[in-house]
Design a protein around this ligand. Structure first.
Ligand code: PMP
Length: 358
């Protein structure tokens, strides 16, 4: 059985949109896409009067080499958000199929499922936020087409061991696609599981340039998966998802200069995460700082609501995660610059810091 047998039959059968860019190769005078023949003001050589490549070859090749997969195993889109949406739309029949998630986790998996009218089966993480593989397998029904795993998990911060992912991929073969979201993997000690894609045709990995690569504003995310899955999603993706300036920004970020810069910033985030963990644990009113392999800390407070307001009054916005199961007393604090982190600590310690003085 191929993993594609799990996909919606009508998606497999449909005739995809064929854009002007896809139909023509070569040529010098382009009169096939109703574009303007003139560049816009301030174009600076980008050529924004033309539609971009649907899957820009230079970016696909660079990302594939960087993530250690072949080009046909990579789909690049508007953030990993887009890949999540495409997966749900391609694999879940409305009103019939379902996804499986482990709350507390990233909210978009369930949102995309609800938009598609797919079911959402929840298998909560254990009290210590570890994944219970047996519970996931026990909850599986024939309706479940996608199982999402977030590692390190947002908002709790812990990674899922590679052995658990391998076990799940094996157990789900022929039954569901395992989607491993590695949005924060660069900040942790564990390596990506992308190398397992060749061994498991039902394994997909999500990567993004939004976090460690400082490009949230450019919206560049990748899906690494079996070539058949990638080809299927390319059929239903928007015709020209990636704006030229964003592709340019991504290529620069992935250049030697960009990589050195990202490495340095990742080092700072990791060092600041360790510093913040120690400093926060010492503060009165802090119940617990959860271990984290990501660029944020989930912190339990005696009165998280009051702390949220106190930080806000000082101009600091953190994420209120009290609505998530098992995090009813917690806030999620992203690791900022050392000066920003000092400001958080000063406010929490009750030392008001004048704007701009930190
Ligand atoms: N996955 C996880 C776990 C996230 O936390 C986020 C963003 N908060 C995303 C995916 C989406 O990232 P993007 O669309 O920017 O790649």
């Amino acid at each position: 059985m191929s993993v594609l047998d799990l996909a919606r039959p009508e998606i497999r059968a449909m005739q995809p949109y064929s854009s002007a860019r896809m139909e023509a190769s070569g040529g010098e005078v382009f009169l096939n896409a109703n574009e303007s023949a003139w560049t816009p003001v301030g174009d600076d050589g980008l050529g924004c009067n033309r539609y971009p490549e649907p899957q820009p070859a230079a970016l696909v090749d660079t990302l594939a080499a960087f993530y250690g997969v072949r080009r046909e195993q990579l789909l690049v889109g508007r953030g990993s958000d887009e890949a999540i949406d495409l997966l749900v739309r391609a694999f879940c029949r409305a009103g019939r199929d379902a996804i499986l998630i482990q709350p507390p986790t990233f909210g978009m998996y369930a949102v995309c499922a609800r938009i598609q009218d797919a079911g959402v089966i929840e298998v909560p993480l254990a009290a210590d936020f570890t994944l219970d593989v047996d519970a996931v397998l026990a909850a599986l029904t024939p309706a479940v087409k996608l199982v999402f795993i977030c590692t390190p998990n947002n908002p709790s911060g812990q990674p899922v061991p590679r052995a658990d992912i391998e076990r799940l991929a094996r157990a789900l073969a022929g039954r569901a696609l395992l989607v491993v979201d590695e949005a924060y993997v660069e900040f942790g000690d564990a390596l990506s599981v992308a190398d397992l894609i060749d061994r498991h045709d039902n394994l997909a990995v999500l990567r993004t340039l939004s976090k460690a690569w400082a490009l949230a504003g450019a919206r560049i995310g990748s899906l690494l998966a079996n070539a058949g899955v990638v080809a299927l999603l390319r059929r239903i993706m928007a015709p020209y998802p990636l704006p030229l300036p964003c592709v340019d920004a991504a290529l620069l970020a992935l250049s030697g200069w960009g990589r050195a810069n990202a490495r340095e910033r990742i080092g700072i985030v990791r060092a600041e995460r360790a510093r913040m963990q120690v400093a926060l644990r010492r503060l009165a009113g802090v119940r617990e700082v959860l271990p984290s392999q990501a660029n944020f800390l989930a912190v339990r407070f005696d009165d998280a609501g009051a702390i949220y307001q106190r930080l806000l009054a000082a101009g600091i916005v953190v994420r209120d995660v009290r609505r998530y199961p098992n995090l009813a007393d917690a806030l999620r604090i992203t690791i900022g610059t050392p000066a920003e982190n000092d400001r958080v600590l000063a406010v929490l310690a009750g030392r008001g810091v004048a704007e701009g003085s930190a």
